[in-house]
Design a protein around this ligand. Sequence first.
Ligand SMILES: C[S@@+](CC[C@H](N)C(=O)[O-])C[C@H]1O[C@@H](n2cnc3c(N)ncnc32)[C@H](O)[C@@H]1O
Length: 216
Amino acid sequence: MAYILGEREFWGLPFKVSPAVLVPRPDSETIIEAALALLADHARSWRLLDLGLGSGCLLLTLLHEFRAARGVGLEVSEDALAVARTNAAALKVGDRAELLLGDWRRPGWRDRLGGPFDLLVSNPPYIEAAAIAGLMPEVSRFEPKLALDGGPDGLAAYRAIATEAPRLVVPGGRLLLEVGEGQAPEIYKIFQSTGFTAEAPWKDLGGIDRVVSLKY
Ligand SMILES: C[S@@+](CC[C@H](N)C(=O)[O-])C[C@H]1O[C@@H](n2cnc3c(N)ncnc32)[C@H](O)[C@@H]1O
């Protein structure tokens, strides 16, 4: 329905969507809730990074809430990036957002991002590749595979992010990562030897551990 209408609300804000982007989910608002609680001074000029922009719903909502913050976003799909840029302009946060084309599977992907950042957020693809065909048809047939496919065990993107996270986040800074149901313990394990300290996960409205929080 969102693809037909071309728009979906997220955190009370209108986001343009196209078949190149994941439709923003209420579950992903858990990241916004956590960020607002953890970065308590909402007027500070926080530096934010979003890996896997899609529509831009995470980074752009955070820039809308944190009025002095600046943000960088990375996205591998040119078509998705174009949607995120349209949304940045419509929400009037484009002057504080640097939205870049890039791929965390490629060596050196971190180099152009700048930083380090106070907060890194990501809702990466986390579905096990073999499970995608069995998802609801409105997801498996219409949403972009790039936004869903997390590799054989669903965790490929978290491993890529974990490799570079210590160079992307300031000491005392945070990582907020959306995860699939039941994945939180595995994600904490991936980050065990990276210098990040595990914090309690944030639950979505269904009571599921949805966002892993890690402090550097
Ligand atoms: C699950 S979607 C999340 C989109 C948006 N952040 C949200 O919460 O609705 C994951 C996004 O990551 C992007 N992505 C997938 N693999 C990537 C990669 N290797 N490098 C950069 N972005 C990637 C996808 O194209 C997709 O837009």
